[in-house]
Every structure is written in C-alpha cells, then in structure tokens.
Design a binder for this molecule. Structure first.
Ligand code: SF4
Length: 514
C-alpha cells in the first residue's frame, strides 16, 4: 500500500451558490455516484476520506477538505470554471488535484492544464495508480483512462456513509442514487452514452441494496442513474419483485419510449415507479428510440401523445425530453408540433434542451468541428440551456431564439400551468410541476433567452461572437461568471474562460500526422 493519505472528494452538483427554492429542495438529490464510489475505493486502500457534495447552499470555502494530500473533484462541464478555480486554490494549499466526471471525459485537453490528473473511464486500478503516485504534474497534468467502464461498482450499502449526510441536506424529497447498468444500446448522435456499450451490473448487489434501503426508510425513494433504465426489463423487474414487497419503494427512472409498452408500464406501476423521464428529442429524427420508426411530423406527435397519456394513466409524473435545434429541424413546424404535443399531453412536463456538443462526448461532434460550427462559449454556460454551442443549420440565431422563447412562453403560460395542475393526480408531482414552471427552468429561462435575443438584435459585438466573426467574449458572459462563482473568481487561472472548441478534431489530426 502507498502511504496513508488524507483524501478529499468534492462532488460539484452546483456550479454556484444557489439558495433558490427548487435548488434547496432538489439539489442534494442529484449527487453523482462515482465520487462516492471513489470514496469507498480510497477507504478500502486504507486512506482517510472526507467527502463534500456541494449543492449550492453550503459555504464552499469553509467546507473544503482541510489538509488534504489529494482532492478528487467530480464535475459536469457547466461546473468546469468552478472546478478549475477550486483546483487552483487547493493546489496553492499544497494538495494534488484530480478531475473526474463528464467534463474530464469530454474536455481532457483543456482540463489537464488545471489538474494534476484528469480521468476518463475510471476503475479501481486507475484510482490506485493515482493514489500510489500522488504527485504534482504541472504545467500539464496526466490524462488517464481505463479501456472501459468497471464491470461492478460498490452498491448503496458500501456508499451509505456518503449518501446519508448528503440526503440530510435534502429537506423534503430524499432520493437514493442507484445504478443497475452502464451505457446504452441506442446510438443517439448527441449522447455521451451512445458510445458506451450497454452493460448490466450485478443483480445480486442491486437486490442487497434494495433490502438494505428497506431497513433505512419507511418508504425509500430510489433514483436510477442508468442512462436508459430497463433495457433488460424482465430481469430488472424480477429482481425488484423478488426482494421488494409490492409497492413499498418509490422509483424514478429515465427510460426510452421503446421500453414503455402498456404491459411494461403496468408492471412498473405495480413495483412503485412514480416518475419516468422518456426522451422524445425530435419529431423528425431519432425514431428508433421511441419505436416510431419512419413516422415523422404530426403522425409522430399523435402516436407519442397517445403513448404518453397511456403512461400517465399509471405513472403520476412524466417528463418528456426534447432537444431543440437539431439539424433535422427547419422552420416553425418543429416548434408548432411541440406546442400541439403540449396541448395533447397536459399532464406531462416538457423538458427542453438546446443542442450542444460537449467536446469528445459523441462522434458527431467531430463532424461539427470539421464544419467549424462550434462556438467556444465558456463551459459555465454549457448546461444545455444557457448557450447552444453549435451554429444552427437551418435557422439564423434570431429566428432560433424567437422560436425557443415562443415555445417556452406557450409551455409555461399560466393557462398551461393550470391545465398541467388539473391533469396531474398526485400531490407532489402536481406542485413539482408548478415550482419548476415558475422557477429558473420555466420563467427564468424565458427571461434569459429574451435577453439573448435583445442582445443579438442590438449589440453588434454580441452578434459577431455568435456568428463566429470574433472570438472576443462578450462582456455579458464574462460578468455572469464573475458574479456567479463569487469568491472563486479570484482563483480562476488565467485563460480558464477560454477553450479550444476544436480540440477533439485537432487531437485526431495530430494522431494521424504522427
Ligand atoms: S436512448 Fe437515451 S441514453 Fe441511449 S443513446 Fe439515446 S439519448 Fe443516450
């Protein structure tokens, strides 16, 4: 064994201080599994671990692990600037820093400038290697990645010492994160999981975890982190039915519509599934994951609306996910069809994402980079909503934002909110829909998108940035980051607001040249 280390782990659920209602209720429920897994692995090797799940309500500066030899930070791309500043601060205190999570997988070329280690697919061997080495690698960190995802991960029982304090931060809803599988057999071109082979984890561990949770809560609530839950549907349900007395655990899962036939939905209801988040994505593309094949346009709308209304007869909370700005969309039709769908499924909550290319996340990103369509918005805005970093194929920016605003106003009009309230049967889902609509996700985004459109119409430099005629970052974005990351702004390294938006392509070309 290497020397006994003081290990710090920071899971950046939030990229900024956030005391808004929805964040206070929900953020602790979005803790990632891998930082907890790394905590278990480090303890198995005999090291001392302190773990912080940063939800936005803590004072991060006082919660940082003290006297740590090495600190692992898990971050999505939207938290990258926060993570870079944190790494700089922690290095100044003598710690070695490691970045993992989606940002490390998508942008390793950028992250190695600010961390001693950057890890892609991570298994215990990689972690042990880092713990053994535990050295400064500067100015350029080491990029390490396993060939594939681990075949097994520590379950809830082993992660409980990290889960329990995190759930204490969640005042009302306490969602235990579980994982039954990794990867996905579908190949949606924009998705980070489309290139990860589907692999179920050990059903015996899952059963043991469910039994364990029944000893911890009167009625546990489990959020499945599987990218596409229920691919091996019958095996999953058999395992749950074997250990969980009927309807004694509540479950939430993200499944593709192809899995959600009526017999399957009935079985999900019987087993306590109370919320499902199927992806529809587009009316003109990605028909395979919704099993709508070649159906497009209004025919697809009608078909899927029927299916969603069927699901809502059994499952009280359904969020339907859409990607706006796909290359298959043109004109106002995709937006008008989504409005029709909103009318036809009043009980569902629509979740909208702007098409985004996250570095190395998907092979399609290489094509966008080759076509010079990527705009280097600072990572802080790459959360699928505050910036679309791919120049739309069939819209001008002004047209696109006008459509997005119009759709948002339609979806979150008071008329639609009341219709959704009436069409939702259960108490928590009903109020969750209202809170989401009137908070950052509904009203907040409409107002932000209106500011973007105003700037596009009135500020030449702002518009030039979107049109790739300048790379000078508009002051608007600079000011938001400075304001949002607060005291960490002073620790943001020089140059960390900018990244090479074509790093994936450039790395491929360098490899070929070698
Ligand atoms: S079905 Fe979902 S998880 Fe699978 S590739 Fe498509 S978007 Fe990703």
């Amino acid at each position: 064994m290497s020397r006994k280390l003081q290990v710090g782990i920071i899971d950046l659920v939030s990229k900024k201080p956030n005391k808004k209602l929805f964040a206070r209720i929900m953020n602790a429920n979005f803790a990632s599994i891998m930082p907890q897994v790394i905590g278990v692995w480090c303890e198995e090797e005999g090291h001392n671990v302190s773990y912080v799940c940063y939800t936005g309500k803590e004072d991060l500066m006082t919660e940082l692990p003290q006297n740590a030899d090495i600190i692992f930070i898990g971050a999505f791309t939207e938290s990258a600037q926060t993570a870079y500043a944190l790494s700089n601060l922690l290095r100044s205190r003598g710690a070695v820093t490691v970045l993992g999570g989606p940002h490390a997988r998508c942008y390793p070329e950028d992250a190695v400038k600010y961390f001693d280690y950057v890890v892609g697919f991570t298994d215990k061997k990689i972690i042990n290697l880092i713990l053994y080495d535990c050295a400064s690698h500067r100015p350029v960190g080491l990029h390490l990645a396993a060939q594939r995802q681990p075949v097994q991960l520590p379950g809830v029982k082993e992660r409980w010492k990290f889960i329990e304090p995190t759930l204490k931060k969640a005042p009302l809803i306490k969602l235990v994160p579980m994982l039954g599988s990794l990867g996905c057999p579908y190949t949606c071109s924009f998705c980070i999981d489309s290139t990860v082979a589907y692999q179920p984890l050990d059903f015996e561990v899952m059963k043991e975890d469910l039994r364990f949770l029944l000893t911890k809560f009167k009625r546990p609530l489990v959020g499945w982190h599987d990218p596409n839950f229920g691919i091996r549907f019958n095996e999953y349900m058999d395992a749950i039915e074997e250990v969980v007395p009927e309807n004694s655990i509540d479950f939430i899962a993200e499944s593709s519509l192809s899995i959600l036939s009526e017999p399957h939905v009935k079985r999900l209801k019987r087993n306590g599934f109370g919320a499902l988040l199927p992806g529809i994505e587009s009316w003109f593309d990605l028909g395979n994951k919704s099993k709508t094949g070649s159906l497009t346009g209004i025919d697809k709308v009608k078909h899927i609306a029927d299916q969603i209304n069927m699901i809502l007869r059994y499952i009280p909370y359904v969020q339907t996910n859409f990607v706006l700005g796909l290359d298959s969309d043109k004109g106002e039709e995709p937006f008008e069809l989504t409005k029709k769908f909103v009318d036809m499924t009043p009980g569902a909550f629509p979740g909208y994402s702007l098409l985004s290319a996250f570095g190395r996340a998907a092979p399609l990103n290489l094509e966008y980079q080759q076509l010079n369509r990527i705009i280097p918005f600072p990572f802080h805005f790459l959360d699928n909503n505050h910036a679309m970093n791919i120049k739309p194929k069939n819209y001008s920016w002004q047209e696109f934002y006008s459509h997005v605003i119009n759709l948002g106003e339609y979806t979150f009009s008071w008329k639609a909110i009341v219709k959704r309230l009436i069409a939702t049967n259960a108490f928590i889902p009903r109020w969750m829909n209202v809170v989401r609509a009137v908070s950052e996700e509904g009203f907040g985004r409409i107002s932000f998108n209106k500011t973007i459109l105003d700037n596009l119409n009135s500020d030449f430099q702002f518009r030039d940035y979107f049109e790739q005629e300048t790379t000078e970052l508009p002051q608007f974005y600079h000011d938001i980051i400075k304001n949002e990351i607060g005291p960490l702004w002073h620790w943001l390294p020089d140059g960390a607001l900018f990244h090479d938006q074509n790093a994936y392509l450039n790395a491929q070309e360098e490899r070929i040249a070698v």
